[in-house]
Design a protein around this ligand. Structure first.
Ligand SMILES: Nc1ncnc2c1ncn2[C@@H]1O[C@H](COP(=O)(O)OP(=O)(O)O)[C@@H](O)[C@H]1O
Ligand SMILES: [Mg+2]
Length: 329
């Protein structure tokens, strides 16, 4: 078995409020092997961004707290590291690409300066060498005329080009892991496809490991080696992309898959939508958190929370229904 690059165990994280602790992420476990892409999928509000900010140790900056669990990065628990050590890893061995490239870039520095900065800080490069490498990085991410673009400011570039700059920044220090949180959601459809293609190419050529956060099962289908499906703060299903698409085990995953355009078979039928909405985390239902929306819910589901158990080799699901009908085939 390949080496575990990232191993998140029972991570609980959230926000202290007047009414108590808001548990946005509830005992989430994830694991990612070197050179692979893990997609974390789920509707908006399911805790994907809080999970990624916790892994980056950036949650404090948005007012959140890690309340329990471990985040092992090459065996070292990031939750226990002092900020000084975290800063040596973040932006260097572990980097992040955010949803909105414009706000991820600093408007008063050129693209080249922003990339060169992290090379100077983390790799101790001279300004000249760092600039040369910055230009190389812009070339690597497919930006035409990189020498000229390196001297430009973010407002002089399109959204797609800015996201390429952000990816170049994320790649500059040759990280072991890139976390990309909905990296294409803010972009036009055609640009989205180009950015996904770029991430695929970089993964192939550089063997960078990617933790890709998306609400879009279609994106996961193209990108993932493994998929973790999150619902209302918890992982409800996890397995290889092949297993999840061929034989989804959790009714929520089945609903997500049926909601992808072009997967439901008969033409002309309306696109499926899962009934109801994701519950507010301060008002989670008892038992299985998905049961009020679940077409297969049984009496037991309202009473007891189903544990995330191995349903098949390396494929885990949190559902009381053990003989799920093969609805997808
Ligand atoms: N800064 C914050 N303060 C309070 N609650 C927050 C904050 N950020 C996120 N949340 C809550 O945490 C939950 C998970 O949010 P998030 O991780 O952003 O979801 P996702 O990325 O899956 O759309 C949501 O209920 C959201 O309202
Ligand atoms: Mg998010």
């Amino acid at each position: 078995m390949a080496e575990k690059l990232l191993e998140v165990r029972e991570l609980t994280a959230g926000f202290h409020t007047e009414r108590g602790f808001l548990r946005a992420v509830d005992r989430v476990s994830l694991s990612l092997e070197a050179g692979q892409t893990l997609c974390v999928v789920g509707e908006s509000g399911s805790g994907k961004s809080v999970t990624s900010l916790a892994i980056m140790r950036l949650l404090d900056y948005s007012g959140g707290t890690i309340a329990g669990g471990e985040i092992r990065f090459r065996g070292v628990d990031l939750t226990e590291l002092p900020q000084r050590e975290v800063m040596r890893i973040r932006g260097n061995r572990l980097t992040m690409v955010f949803q909105d490239p414009i706000s991820a870039l600093n408007p008063v520095f050129t693209a080249g300066d922003q990339i060169a900065e992290s090379l100077r800080v983390h790799k101790g490069m001279s300004p000249k060498a760092a600039w040369r490498k910055a230009v190389d990085m812009l070339r690597l991410v497919g930006i035409p005329d990189p020498e000229m673009r390196a001297g430009q400011y973010p407002h002089e570039m399109s959204g797609g080009m800015c996201q390429r700059v952000v990816i170049a920044m994320a790649l500059a220090c040759d990280p072991e892991l890139i976390i990309a949180d909905e990296p294409t959601t803010a972009l036009d459809v055609t640009v989205q496809a180009q950015i996904l293609e770029l991430l695929q190419r970089l993964k192939r050529e550089l063997r960078t490991s990617i933790l890709l956060i998306t609400h879009d099962m279609g994106v996961a289908a193209e990108m993932a080696d493994r998929i973790a499906v999150m619902y209302a703060g918890a992982v409800v299903e996890e397995g290889t992309a092949a297993a999840i698409f061929e034989r989804p085990r959790h009714p929520y995953t089945i609903g997500l898959l049926r909601s992808i355009p072009g997967t439901t078979g008969e033409r002309g039928t309306e696109l499926y939508t899962i009934k109801g909405g994701i519950p507010r985390i301060e008002q989670l239902p008892g038992g299985c958190r998905f049961h009020p929306r679940c077409p297969y819910a049984m009496e037991n589901c309202a009473r007891e929370e189903p544990p995330l158990l191995e349903a098949a080799d390396g494929h885990r699901s949190a559902c009381w229904l053990t003989d799920m009908p093969e609805v997808m085939t």
